[in-house]
Design a protein around this ligand. Sequence first.
Ligand code: PLP
Ligand code: COI
Length: 338
Amino acid sequence: MENLDWQKLGFGYRDTDYNVRCYYRNGKWGELEISSSSSINIHMSATALHYGQEAFEGLKAFKGKDGKVRVFRMDENAKRMQNSADGILMQKLPVEKFQEAVRMAVKMNERFIPPYESGAALYIRPLLIGTGPQIGVAPAEEYLFVVFVMPVGPYFPEGFKPTNLVIYREFDRAAPQGTGKYKVGGNYAASMYEGKKAKKNGFSAVLYLDSKEKKYIDECGPANFFGIKNNTYITPESDSILPSITNKSLIVLAEEMGLNVERRKVPYEELAGFDEVGACGTAAVISPIKGIYDNDNDKWFKYGNQEEAGEWSTKLYNKLRAIQYGDEPDTHGWVKII
Ligand code: PLP
Ligand code: COI
């Protein structure tokens, strides 16, 4: 096994041994190929570079106490990447090919999978780009799919300690009927300016309101939003947020724990009434939120005791992690042993 300080990984790029690639040429996908190079050779007029024909995914593999390696819900990531591909007119990779590429990338980089005790994981990053040249705005005729991996710690350095979010009404990440529901690079480029501003001011991420009316909660920079009150897990329904696989899983777990679940528009005013608030996603897992600052109105919403995550967020976090690491049985068929 690689000799790394597994506890102190953070969420950063790191080279590993191999990545897996697949090319779409002459109207069809080729075979999966293994590469040990972290570079790709790309035409200067590739649509990914000029017109943003790019989609990515994020999922994780976990090493269990039993030594087995589990990947969480990769069929969902495969389907979401197909949806993103449809959204920006890229060629779709078959679900089975996506899963096989993930399996290969995890297996071949086994020495980089963090040990069980570290609480870290192997982050898996599938990427799909238009590589064929175009200069008029049109979809490419050639595509490249790549899966690479790296060991990671928590996305927010605080891990499971509560942090603060900020609302800036002058910035939107996605248009109401735009690409917010797809995992495409343009959404992330659009969020960087205010994301950096938020960090500079001590916030872990931006909490976006819906871009049309600024009346409802959308999501956080890299994660979905949820709030809990009166034994109810509440999460926004919106056409411009990414359908989070973590959130979808938490909804199931919340119901099993006896919480009510509401997926609906969440008005801004409701921020005042939550007992607990969190951001959820593959990278973020559950990041508890202790405060939301409305920058335009100089107003704070505060949650919990400010020191630690609330009761339900903690239960949900522990349950999800237990399934992912194989500490508890996977009764939903969410994990695949590699
Ligand atoms: N929302 C955005 C904008 C994201 O980038 C992510 C990360 O993938 C999520 C939500 C969480 O989605 P998931 O739980 O599928 O990782
Ligand atoms: C993820 O949670 O996998 C993400 O993609 C979030 C971020 C790193 C963009």
